[in-house]
Design a binder for this molecule. Structure first.
Ligand code: 6PG
Length: 260
């Protein structure tokens, strides 16, 4: 099939997920569309507000996307100088640990872009006050914007096989952290080590949420999301419901359930 990132005709295999669903045949094609959408969002926010606040997830799925951001000629003039980079969630390990989300993002993006150091916002996850420090950092970076625009512009999420997103794991305490922006999360359902995570309140206030999922191993979970029979406490990705923003799913065909 000829590849057209702006194609408006829905893919015949698109599952019925809560939000706009973009399906492409291969992960590479999916990343192409995601890159184009991210670029447009970044440029539009910088035109409107002067800067762009983007929060990135860890995990294995987005790694190739981060490499693409650094190497794809069509993204060469990505406006890093006006971008703030936030971390959606973090494991409570040093940045040098291979499990550190910021460690991976630093290696792939931060060290190879011209993003100013004071616009890079790692979570200091090992500290006892990591949650409130990050909340303060978010508030002070966003508070100068007009009321209503003081929110994250773009959030990239993944989804685990258990339906977790960010570090919001099924039946874990962080799911009910009302009024908080960032919290610690631990407990039996949290894949160790313990985490620090953005909450539903912060994520759902974002302007644009991209959920990137590919591979056949995620198909069963996509099926559960499309079935909408579970509750967010059992399938936390279902709690992603932006108040006034968009949620867009980026899937490859392998992640899509067979059409009925
Ligand atoms: C993390 C994430 C997490 C991730 C999912 C999916 O730090 O692990 O932020 O929410 O997106 O666990 O992970 P994979 O992409 O590795 O399947």
């Amino acid at each position: 099939m000829d590849f057209n990132p702006y194609e408006l005709v829905p893919h015949p295999d698109s599952p019925d997920l809560p939000g706009t669903v973009i399906v492409r045949d291969t992960p590479e094609d999916v990343l192409e569309v995601l890159g184009a959408d991210l670029y447009v969002q970044a440029k539009a926010c910088i035109r409107g507000f002067g800067d762009f606040h983007m929060a990135l997830s860890g995990g294995s799925t987005p790694e190739p996307f981060y490499r693409k951001l650094m190497s794809d000629p069509s993204l060469r003039d990505f406006p890093w100088k006006k971008t703030h980079l936030w971390i959606v969630d973090e494991r409570r390990v040093p940045f040098e640990d291979e499990l550190s989300n910021f460690g991976m993002i630093r290696q792939i993006i931060v060290q190879h872009s011209d993003i100013p150091g004071d616009q890079v916002h790692p979570m200091q996850a090992e500290r006892d006050d990591a949650d409130v420090r990050y909340e303060d950092e978010l508030r002070s970076a966003l508070e100068w914007r007009e009321k209503g625009h003081d929110r994250l512009d773009f959030v990239l999420l993944g989804m685990g096989n258990d339906g977790h997103t960010a570090s919001l794991f099924p039946r874990s305490p962080a799911l009910s952290a009302d009024g908080r922006l960032v919290v610690f999360n631990d407990g039996p359902s949290v894949t160790p080590p313990d985490r620090v995570t953005m909450t539903y309140s912060l994520l759902n206030a974002s302007r644009f949420i991209a959920v990137l999922v590919y591979g056949q191993h995620k198909r069963g979970t996509i099926e559960r999301v499309a079935g909408r029979k579970a509750e967010p406490k059992d399938l936390p990705i279902l709690g992603i419901e932006p108040l006034a923003g968009d949620v867009r799913w980026y899937l490859d065909q392998a992640a899509c359930p067979e059409p009925a």
